[in-house]
Design a protein around this ligand. Sequence first.
Ligand code: C2E
Ligand code: MG
Ligand code: MG
Ligand code: MG
Length: 282
Amino acid sequence: QAKTSGRNRWNFFDNAINEATQEHIALEAALHDALDSAQLRLYYQPQIDLRDGSLHGFEALTRWYHPKLGHVPPTLFIRIAENCGLIDRIGIWSITEACQQLQRWRSAGVHIPSISVNLSPNSLHDAALPTKIGQILWNENLSPQDLILEITENVLLDNHPDTLRTLDAIHRLGIRLALDDFGTGYSSLGYLRRLPVCAIKLDKSYVHGMDTDITLQALTRAILHIGDSMQLPVVAEGIETTSHLAQLAELGYHIGQGYLFSHPLPAHAVPSWIEINTPWIS
Ligand code: C2E
Ligand code: MG
Ligand code: MG
Ligand code: MG
């Protein structure tokens, strides 16, 4: 009896593992095609200065709509890309695309102070990355201050010696770095001091838990103090309700982002969104 159920269990796991692997292999191949056939798109979510409602900038977020699979979540395909080595191409693609788009908006008279692009910590192993990014900015006639690169705090776990060197080189170019998903992983404040970051992004789990969890509320306050004491602005993400907004503004948060302001938008929807919604009046 026990033996059979044991064997069945193994069969079950075996199948599950095979399925997962095969699914990953299929997605990997599909992701290759997606890059080659322009299935990836950037969507743009506004970041608002909470003090005066002005536009701080936009964060670019990658979307993949596969003709058969439909919408594939970024957390899934980014992880696959990191595992199969496609992440470097995605990184360069998204920075290029975002910079081209920013230049198109500027040429059309749409003023956007800066654009943030997410960059996987894995991409930082490429020592040539800073030069490549500099070239993209040059090609698009943009200055380094136009671009902000968001890197998850997992970068702190990466002890690869190239990582810090690449971050420093990017920083020396004048490109700002923001530490994304702050408060979710292992953040050592000692490391934070050594990283050339210009902003911290408070993870949305804090904002969402703040209403009901007094500890999260205290930590949300504490993280702002950390930012203040290091002279780093803290961006609050995941602002969904006017109550979130009011609490964060009350705490003294300067920059916010979330569905309350807007979901990530396709590029064509951005100019009219700015026209109608900025300055943001709550
Ligand atoms: P992230 O960089 O922390 O981006 C914030 C995520 O929160 C986005 O999810 C965004 O759509 C979502 N979001 C924004 N406002 C709200 C809100 O008010 N409530 C809630 N519940 N969610 C909100 P998305 O687009 O699914 O991206 C997930 C993650 O995937 C990103 O987290 C980022 O780490 C990664 N990612 C997305 N695009 C790229 C990319 O081009 N390159 C890399 N390396 N990673 C990317
Ligand atoms: Mg981000
Ligand atoms: Mg984030
Ligand atoms: Mg996140």
